[in-house]
Design a protein around this ligand. Structure first.
Ligand code: G3I
Length: 362
């Protein structure tokens, strides 16, 4: 009986996942409906062989039915917003807690989604045993190697793209001062990729960063590093451009050209964390500019032959990291707090519907 109930619940969930956006949210009303009927982003992008993704707040996924439904219906790849970070996975040395991350990968499998693994090596969200441990270089290297190996092995075969190293650069193109650089030197980056490859030879291994979407000292430095790593045979497969924009800074215009420089090295690319924030309150003009920001990011990806996925960093203003980090800013996502589509959502839909990609992505 219990099995039957679970099977019925699963069937219902997958039916609900196919509901169009207009029927999804509690307040999604007439203004949320496209004239020609809504086609979910994931379906529109399938024509371009592009995966559309979102970062997932796993608490919302568990507690909020509308959020859960839209995560499944709109997106074809998911990224754990927090639950695959070191502090979440290995809160005590050598003791792993994969439960929340495993729940997300199971959700993804049920919904035909691929998973971006985020993140193996970063300076942030590290557990305190690691940051206060005062380990010497040899021990810290062993700790890093073990975390990468254990984690990648645990998820082996279930992760499409891993963000192996995240945000290793400063804005001026120098390497960021972190526990890794200080104690292990710049070689930690190549080591991380080699260890990850050994643990899962089939996952695509990415370097991921922000403010690298346009040309400038930071993206030049990442390009230079990628070029050196490729020349040395280090197994790096792709570069992720996070895509955290703010309309108050103006919108970047040379992103497609920048992505193309990386592709020339034989790398895949991806937009990994798109959101476009603004100084609150939002108004129509700001929302229009925001929509243009999203459109430009997607366009850069669509113009780049091997841009594999376009991921938004959350899809609703109901759950967003922005207001907690930038005081007075927010409204950064493509749906509002009540899951109503904003101009940004419509811009993504239109961009995906109205084009044929010049060449297929892998
Ligand atoms: O884990 C604690 C929890 O125990 C506690 O109850 C709760 C109370 O506030 O806080 C929890 O930690 C929060 C964590 O998210 C998990 O929810 C932190 O305070 C909060 O600072 C943290 O923020 C995350 C941030 O990374 C940390 O740097 C955001 O949700 C997440 O969206 C953001 O994501 C990053 C990417 O990983 C890398 N690129 C930039 C992007 C935006 O900052």
């Amino acid at each position: 009986m219990k099995t039957l109930r679970l099977a019925l619940a699963a069937a219902l969930t997958s039916c609900l996942a196919l509901l169009p956006l207009a029927a999804a949210g509690p307040a999604a009303g007439a203004e949320g409906r496209a004239a020609d009927g809504d086609r979910p982003l994931r379906r529109l992008a399938a024509d371009d062989r592009l995966r559309i993704g979102t970062a997932v707040d796993t608490t919302a996924l568990a507690d909020d039915a509308a959020y859960r439904r839209l995560t499944g219906s709109e997106f074809s790849t998911v990224t754990a917003e927090n639950v695959m970070k070191w502090e979440a996975l290995e809160p005590r040395r050598g003791e792993y807690d994969y439960a929340a991350a495993d729940r997300l990968t199971r959700y993804a499998e049920r919904h035909g989604q691929k998973v971006r693994g985020h993140v193996l090596v970063w300076h942030s969200q590290l557990p305190s045993w690691l940051t206060t441990g005062d380990f010497d270089a040899q021990e810290l290297r062993a700790i890093l190697r073990r975390h990468i190996t254990d984690t990648v092995r645990h998820f082996k075969g279930r992760i499409w793209q891993w963000d192996v190293v995240n945000e290793a650069f400063n804005e001026d193109g120098t390497l960021r001062d972190s526990i890794w650089l200080r104690k292990l030197g710049p070689g930690y980056i190549a080591d991380a990729f080699r260890w990850a490859r050994r643990a899962d030879p089939h996952a695509l291994l990415f370097y991921n960063d922000y403010n690298t979407e346009w040309t400038g000292p930071k993206s030049d430095a990442v390009l230079d590093l990628m070029s050196r790593l490729r020349a040395e045979g280090v197994p790096v497969d792709g570069v992720g451009f996070q895509g955290h924009l703010g309309i108050q800074y103006g919108l970047p215009t040379d992103m497609a050209a920048n992505f193309a420089r990386f592709e020339k090295l034989g790398l895949r690319t991806a937009v990994t964390e798109a959101d476009v924030r603004m100084v609150l309150p939002a108004d129509e003009a700001k929302l229009r500019t925001q929509a243009e920001g999203y459109r430009l990011l997607l366009d850069a990806c669509l113009r780049t032959r091997h841009c594999l996925s376009f991921t938004v960093w959350g899809f609703t203003d109901r759950y967003s990291w922005v207001p907690d980090t930038f005081e007075g800013q927010g409204a950064a996502n493509i749906l509002d707090e009540d899951y109503r589509p904003k101009p940004a959502y419509r811009a993504l839909q239109a961009a995906l519907a109205g084009r044929a990609r010049p060449a297929a992505a892998e």
